[in-house]
Ligand binder design. Structure first.
Ligand code: ARG
Length: 460
């Protein structure tokens, strides 16, 4: 067994069980690129500050380039006895270039190193997620454009409520995704401060320049407090919270589309390319991808909860528990990226069944509220109108018909205020035409919203 980097103080090496239990390289090698990035900036700063020679720096930089190449070519041997990504890279560098490599860890600890890597990694991950969110928004707006004018039942409590334009409904998800993106952008701004140079926790007496490394790595500024710098994981918590909210939005979309794909609704049909069959029931065609989007939201929320519980009992500064932050983080990002990608593909591969929707649209008295508004326009207080329309609906239920089927005499038998113009308010289509308040489902209002998104998403 090779001597550990801390070999000086130790006589024995750890047992195999402890080694297997504590290694993190099997998952934190994911950070290699950012670890190397950090080391490049650190070595450059050390040389600039006179803490190593330019020639040492150059051998380190060349060595790091070579290690990066090997990792990317799959020729780098990751060793669990070297514990984590940081020690694997440092030890490989020492194997490769000898003495100069031993200067790289000057004024640095794995405590500030790992959290610098993590911030760099998260920054990049957020950009990837933002790009996928935008792709999904574009797919949803395109889907809306393909279904202009289609009226669907709007539900509350999953009971028929009021008629809405499908476009209006699809744009709800675009709005929600926009806030999801906003949360990620805020999180990235708050995250973008550099812990490097905090060392183990106390900083250092060596003449380093933290502003230089912070700049070189594209951070806004070095973190003010060295103890905070190595303690803080709230940037990960915030990131996973943002992912959880996005996941919940996607899960709700998944639920809606799974429901709509059922025989009972029959409002949409996914293409074969996004459906799966049954191994026993030959007739089945299931919307599995959206069920899995709904299901995988559980993982994303679980990842957040794991991290919350991980952090809750920790005193300040680095504790080894923090090594457990990486798997939930990586899992959350991998999962949310997959969820966004598959939801986008699903959105590009569904058809709304106009004929079926139009056939079932008259049921459920979707125009009742519009009728109450009619009576308000005639001068009645809303509560009185509500009562009158309620009695009209009861009459419909007794006669098994819709409000628009009632004759003027039947309506007048409930209240004489009804006049011939009432029919301009009845029926789903007339009802939708009456909407005009800002943000409402009226076709002009929805057209305004669409115009906004087409411009915002650069779709024109
Ligand atoms: N592998 C460790 C982690 O992921 C790196 C930091 C270890 N620091 C230490 N003092 N043991 O958190």
């Amino acid at each position: 067994k090779e001597n550990k980097l801390w070999g000086g103080r130790f006589e024995d090496s750890v047992t195999d069980a402890v080694e297997r239990f504590s290694e993190s390289v099997s998952f934190d090698k994911e950070l290699y690129k950012h670890d190397i990035m950090g080391s490049r900036a650190h070595a450059t700063m050390l040389a600039h500050q006179g803490l190593m020679t330019d020639s040492d720096r150059d051998s380190i930089l060349h060595g790091l380039d070579e290690i990066e190449r090997r990792i990317e070519a799959g020729n780098f041997v990751w060793r669990t006895d070297r514990e984590d990504v940081h020690m694997n890279i440092e030890a490989a560098l020492t194997d490769m270039i000898g003495e100069p490599a031993k200067k790289l860890h000057t004024a640095r600890s794995r405590n500030d190193q790992v959290v610098t890597d993590l911030r760099l990694w998260c920054r990049e991950a957020i950009d990837k997620i933002l790009a996928r969110i935008k792709q999904l928004q574009v797919a949803l707006v395109s889907l809306a454009l393909k279904n202009e004018g289609l009226i669907v039942p709007g539900y509350t409590h999953l009971q028929r409520a009021q008629p809405v334009l499908l476009q209006h409904l699809l744009l709800t998800y675009v709005e929600q995704l926009e806030r999801d993106a906003g949360r990620l952008v805020d999180c990235k701004d708050r995250m973008n401060f550099c812990p490097l140079g905090a060392c183990a926790l106390a900083g250092t007496g060596l003449p380093i320049n933290r502003f230089m490394t912070s700049d070189a790595l594209g951070f806004t500024a070095p973190m003010r407090n060295s103890i905070d710098a190595v303690s803080d994981r709230d940037f990960v918590l915030e990131f996973l919270s943002a992912n959880s909210i996005t996941a919940i939005h996607l899960s709700r979309l998944g639920e809606e589309w799974v429901l709509w794909a059922s025989e009972e609704f029959g409002f949409l049909t996914p293409s074969d390319s996004v459906s799966t069959g049954s191994s026993i029931m030959p007739q089945k065609k299931n919307p599995d991808p959206m069920e899995l989007v709904r299901g995988k939201s559980a993982r994303v929320v679980g990842d957040l909860v794991t991290l919350l519980v991980l952090c809750k009992g920790l005193p300040q500064a680095y504790n080894r528990d923090l090594q457990e932050d990486k798997e939930p983080l990586f899992d959350s990002v991998r999962t949310i990226l997959g969820m966004l990608e598959v939801t986008t593909e699903f959105a590009c591969n569904i058809t709304f069944n106009h004929a079926k929707i139009e056939r079932v649209l008259p049921a459920g008295h979707l125009d009742a509220t519009t009728l109450a508004d009619y009576l308000v326009k005639k001068g009645l207080p809303f509560r009185t109108s509500h009562e009158i329309v309620g009695r009209s609906v009861a009459l419909c239920i007794a006669r098994n018909c819709q409000l628009s089927d009632l004759t003027l005499d039947q309506l007048r038998s409930i209240n004489p205020i009804f006049e011939e113009d009432v029919y301009e308010y009845l029926g789903v289509e007339s009802s939708v035409k009456k909407f005009g308040s800002y943000g409402s489902t009226g076709s002009e209002c929805v057209a305004e919203q669409l115009k906004f998104w087409i411009a915002k998403l650069h779709m024109n």
